[in-house]
Design a protein around this ligand. Structure first.
Ligand SMILES: *Cc1c(COP(=O)(O)O)cnc(C)c1O
Length: 412
């Protein structure tokens, strides 16, 4: 790998410095369009999960394709609106929405709330009443299926904190009059992330369809079914992101006959493979028993390997004919967990060489932190041989901007 969307990565690193996130516009558009065309003929919309990568340039790109947003906070609401995503294409998920966040979303006029508990439904009713508006809402059901993915990104088992049982959802619909200012007319689910196998998706869809039919039989008409996100991507050889057509075929089959609106909420699948994290080798350390490749990127820039033991392919931008050696690829942060790869076979690397960490477009920059007082990395988009900076590298003043010395003491 030397270029991405026609842009020379070494020259880019030279100009913008490292660590640097690079997102391929054509790669994102290809996924977005593949999903749109798979959904053709259905009354369906895509609500991109902003938490995967909330950069406003990227959101604006998706907005231009008619894609909406699945948000999980007031901050994401503001990002989505600022990027030009119309409020009526925004849905609000998450197990703990504050009254302030609910108010902001109601005032913006978002399409619907995905509700995860009875207290949250009560709160939405109270806020909608106070503001004199009607809220549209779906119940997030927990279909209790094993998504067969990493435990930390599995969300659809009964023991997870997400959603309510189908029985409880049914009871909410039966008691609809209890919430006069909430129009409860949808079902939602999201069973987990990085799903490479569609079998658990089919299983969950079947339970969703069962819930919809039971509700219909009880006289409750649904106007929206939101099947969530979770489609996986290729992080390493042998993995294959499910094709949009296969995924949508599963939806078409399970929900055949449903005459309301369908929503899908992919995050990772749309953007992960479109991004790389460029990093420079600081040094090679020959340890007592292992050889360490110390990069200038660290867990604060890309947390997934530390948090989920996630695999990312790492491609040194060097002559691939070099002899191969085994490296532990690490960052400079003072944590043993600051490790991108263990015992990875790579062409021999030297200080100053560049490496591209692949599959970094989702849950990369959006999970970055200032740990070890490291500034947030810069981000660029590339397209047709040109690039645009979409987030400048944080400088020291910006990093400490909110802090102050304890000079103003007062009582609470
Ligand atoms: C995180 C999340 C998504 C997106 O998940 P991906 O695995 O990135 O597709 C969709 N819906 C909800 C409710 C989420 O929490």
């Amino acid at each position: 790998m030397r270029t991405l969307a026609g842009v020379d990565l070494a020259a880019l690193a030279q100009r913008e410095g490292t660590p640097l996130y690079v997102y391929s516009t054509p790669a994102i558009l290809a996924r977005a369009r593949a999903l749109q065309s798979a959904l053709a003929g259905l009354d369906a919309g895509i609500c991109y999960a902003v938490k995967a990568n909330g950069n406003r340039a990227l959101l604006a790109l998706l907005a231009g394709e008619g894609i909406g947003a699945d948000i999980v906070s007031g901050g994401e609401l503001r990002r989505a609106l600022a990027a030009g995503i119309p409020a009526d294409r925004i849905v609000f998920s998450g197990v703990g929405k504050s009254a302030g966040e609910i108010d902001a979303a109601l005032q913006a006029g978002i399409a619907r709330f995905n509700l995860e508990s009875r207290p949250e439904l009560d709160l939405l009713q109270a806020r909608a009443r106070a503001l004199g508006v009607c809220a549209h809402a779906s119940v997030r059901i927990n279909p209790d299926v094993d998504a067969r993915t990493h435990a930390k990104i599995s969300t659809g088992r009964a023991e997870n904190k997400f959603g309510v049982s189908i029985a409880e959802a049914h009871a909410w619909f039966d008691a609809g009059a209890t919430w006069p200012d909430v129009h409860l007319d949808g079902l939602h689910m999201h069973i987990g992330s990085q799903l490479l196998d569609l079998a658990p998706v089919r299983e969950a869809l079947a339970r969703m369809a069962g819930a919809w039919r039971d509700l219909a039989a009880a006289g409750h008409r649904l106007s929206c079914i939101d099947v969530g996100g979770g489609l996986g991507v290729r992080y390493r050889e042998g993995e294959h992101a499910p094709a949009a057509v296969d995924y949508v075929a599963a939806i078409r089959e399970a929900l055949a006959g449903f005459d309301g609106r369908l929503l899908v909420e992919p995050g990772r699948w749309l953007v992960a493979e479109a991004g790389v994290l460029l990093s420079r080798v600081l040094l090679v350390k020959e340890g007592a028993s292992r050889r360490f490749l110390v990069l200038d990127a660290a867990m604060n820039d890309l947390l997934r390997p530390s948090l989920y033991d996630a695999w990312h392919d790492i491609v040194p931008l060097v002559d691939s004919g070099r002899e191969r050696l085994a490296y532990d690829v690490v960052g400079p942060v003072c944590e043993t967990g600051d490790t991108f790869a263990i015992d990875r076979s790579l062409p021999r690397c030297e200080a100053g060489d560049l490496v591209a960490i692949l599959g970094a477009g989702a849950y990369g920059a959006s999970m970055a932190s200032n740990y070890n007082s490291r500034p947030l990395p810069a981000e660029v988009m590339v397209d047709g041989g040109r690039y645009a900076l979409v987030r400048r590298r944080q400088d020291f003043d910006a990093m400490i901007a909110g802090e102050c010395f304890a000079t103003d003491w007062t009582t609470a």
